[in-house]
Write a protein that binds this ligand. Sequence first.
Ligand code: SAM
Length: 498
Amino acid sequence: MLGFRDDYDYVRALEVFQTADYTEMAISRAIGREEILRMATSDVPHVLRRTRESSRLNTLIRLYFLGLPVPVEAARSALAPVPLESWVEGELLCPPGSEDQVAPRVQIWPVNGLTLAVDLPWRRSTAPPPDFVVPPGVLTLELARAMIRRPCERVLDLGTGSGTLALLAAPYAGTVVATDKNERAIVFTRFNARLNQIGNVLCRVGDLFEPVAKQRFQLVLCNPPFVISPTQRYLFRDSGERGDVFCRRLVRSAVDYLEIGGFYQFTANIAQQVGRSWKSDLEEWFEGLGCDVLALVDRTDDVSDYALTWILSTESKEAALVSQLYENWMDYFERERIEAVSYLLITLRRSPGGPTWTQIDDPPCRIVGPCGDELVRFFECRDLFTANHVERLFNSRLRLAPEIRIEQEYTMTPGGLDVCNIRVKKTGGLQYPLNIHRNVTRLLAGCNGNQTLRQLLAEMADYLGVDWDRTVSVVLPAVRSLIERGVLLAVDPPKAEV
Ligand SMILES: C[S@@+](CC[C@H](N)C(=O)[O-])C[C@H]1O[C@@H](n2cnc3c(N)ncnc32)[C@H](O)[C@@H]1O
């Protein structure tokens, strides 16, 4: 069973990785990739060359990041003070081979300050086993950045895999329940919790919400097996249900496990079917649920790209097999009339009652940094606007968020250079392409935290030479959307009355 016999070995093992600086940044420097997630199998020779000098970090990278054998003595000294024999007994290393080499039994990922064991990278020509435990992926990390990090009592991470999201949520929660249908995933999560000295994560094996029946949470996180595929090969990838039915079903069940006001944050794929509006299909997922929903579209792939991405990353790279699998996948999409698939990151809040809203933000957004607070602010602003507390908004003093840049694009006209495009850009958190009108830029220039929105709009009406009502009807929607997206901040943050 994965794990050290002696409790103290967990502490010492974590120190091994910490003192070696086994971090995302150090590894990305060593492998020459900006993000360690982007390392391809074809990078291995190049990484071996870059890590050929003898050092603790280089040995750990070869052993536990590349997942390759290293000389026994190099391993012994890199893994000290925990004896090599304890790593072998704990199923983290194979027993040393005849060639004086020792091979790893797990891969170890540094993720946002955590050190996480997962299954070794799969390098054989056959497919990995169905219960393979994957390292955190691009969408895990996006969900981690979007995670609402506010102190709360109870968090659920459904389909926890290696436990990444559960362990990242742990500092903000009284208890985190981490569940998975895959027993091996739960073994890894337990090990990772102990290795990272995190004591408030309860690990449970079971299907969907079965291990947490009748319990309620303030935050539910889920990066489910959302891939739309013709097969049910892997627990981490395929739900075994037709099209996007699994994601849809998961949404409808999750609400029963949320406290009123609680959030459910999850990733999903939605099928775009020929002749149908996928946005209407998505809105249907939430109909009658009593929840407010913000759905961010990460990207949309046509089915051919989608099939190839998943086949190459999870099935095989062997040309003949890839072609055969590609045919299967494409036949399936044709039968199901699916022409594209969108990747979504959805934040849903269980409403206390009254009218609810669903917003689908289609211009692809990028989550470049932590944005849980931005998402909460978005919901608070929508409360305020829905409650029609416009008077309070008029009295708010607004300032431009510090991380905002405004770009102008000019075009040559007979009268000289003319501004044709103005874009608002944020440098952190959640990034959208946002185009604004030049009059709104003028208003933004006055948002220094001293003037109220009423004063800013009055100046605008004056400047435009139009009456107050018309100014408000044209400019207020733009201002609201800039507040919702964190471009403008209220100096006295608007709060909805309950
Ligand atoms: C895409 S992986 C995500 C793992 C992890 N949360 C992450 O983001 O790295 C999906 C996880 O859901 C688990 N899973 C699949 N079907 C499940 C089910 N019916 N009930 C609970 N967990 C399930 C898989 O075993 C896998 O660990």
